[in-house]
Design a protein around this ligand. Structure first.
Ligand code: NAD
Length: 325
């Protein structure tokens, strides 16, 4: 996946085994078993964690049950007696609604026992993550934000990267379960820092993919072959991940989505979502950013015009189409 170029966290194999063994007794309520959450819950069950899953969509519940995840009839039932409440939802509003409850129903924060660990792995706004953490702490719980990169393939293989915002002791407490679902977990700072790291990285990625794509279309117009431009730029100052690992034209990097008609990979809709989160953060902080907001606009249009389900590197076809013959 494109957005997981984060460093490994040190720790001996013995430390890791001991921590994992100790933590396996913790009961996890796993809420949100969609494309990502479904396989993540399965990996926790396979590793020996007691998991109770729930999703508001019955088909997701059924699919999880078929894959061996014990399921509950309601969120409240899943959360009863849980040490950890793990959420993997589409947006921050879903997280806040679930924490606080809607339509007079009590939320997860009120339902959970005292000092429960609230571990949110959804990708959401930094401000929402901080608000979710504040609400959890005010209700007497603990809070960790741990958005992921690695996509559905990484969720299935247990090779996700987690970018974590938490107090150090809470990071240590959840690390064994993160190690089951992923291959890297990086503590980025306190609450909200995991979300901040994720959107900053994806801002770089979105902007750089557009730049690489524009350069290749310009090269085509100027009579350069793709291979010639790749050979020069990949060994020169234009070098970047979007070029050398995820090259948006077929040929130079055989494993890139361009070689399979831009099947994702990392879908345009997800890039548009992450850039919108980055844009929100740019606006709330007052950063004088221009490229990030423009990339957000470009990926919004790409998504709306048929690119939502294509790989985000397919943006090059859009640039080429709009460039005339
Ligand atoms: P998804 O829509 O497939 O799954 C989300 C699930 O949450 C759905 O099944 C939905 O029914 C459930 N849900 C919503 N509200 C709920 C509630 N109150 N209680 C229980 N279940 C509830 O989305 P996904 O692709 O699995 O992505 C999940 C998160 O991970 C998103 O924030 C996304 O941005 C992020 N993410 C996704 C990918 C990817 O490749 N799909 C990669 C990295 C990060």
């Amino acid at each position: 996946m494109p957005d997981d170029a984060t460093p490994d966290v040190a720790g001996t194999a013995d430390d890791s085994a001991a921590r994992m063994e100790a933590a396996r007794k913790e009961h996890i309520a796993f809420l949100g078993m969609g494309h990502m959450g479904g396989p993540m819950a399965v990996n926790l069950v396979k590793a020996g964690y007691p998991v109770t899953g729930f999703d508001v969509v019955p088909a997701a519940v059924e699919a999880a049950r078929e894959h061996g995840v014990p399921v509950a009839a309601s969120a409240a039932e899943a959360v009863a007696g849980a040490d950890v409440v793990l959420t993997m939802f589409p947006s921050g509003q879903h997280v806040l609604d679930a924490y606080l409850g809607t339509e007079g129903q009590p939320g997860l924060l009120a339902t959970a026992g005292a000092d429960t660990m609230f571990l949110d792995c959804s990708t959401i706004n930094v401000d929402e993550a901080r608000e979710a953490a504040r609400l959890a702490l005010d209700a007497g719980h603990r809070s960790v934000d741990a958005p992921v990169s690695g996509g559905v393939v990484g969720a299935e293989a247990g090779t996700l990267t987690f970018m974590v915002g938490a107090l150090p002791e809470d990071f240590e407490a959840v690390r064994p379960m993160l190690d089951v679902m992923g291959k890297r977990a990086v503590l980025c700072g306190e609450h909200g820092a995991g979300q901040a790291a994720k959107i900053c990285n994806n801002l770089i990625l979105g902007v750089s993919m557009i730049a690489v794509s524009e350069a290749f279309v310009l090269g085509e117009k100027l009579g350069l072959t793709h291979q010639a431009l790749f050979d020069v730029a990949s060994a020169a100052s234009g070098q970047c991940w979007a070029l050398t690992t995820y090259c948006p034209v077929p040929g130079p990097v055989p494993t890139s989505p361009a070689n399979r008609d831009y099947q994702p990979g990392f879908a345009g809709a997800l890039m548009a979502k992450d850039l919108k989160l980055a844009l929100n953060a740019v606006q709330s902080t007052g950063v004088a950013a221009r490229m990030g907001p423009l990339a957000s606009e470009i990926y919004d249009a790409f998504s709306a015009e048929g690119g939502a389900g294509r790989d985000f590197s397919g943006i090059i076809t859009d640039i080429r189409d709009k460039s005339g013959q």
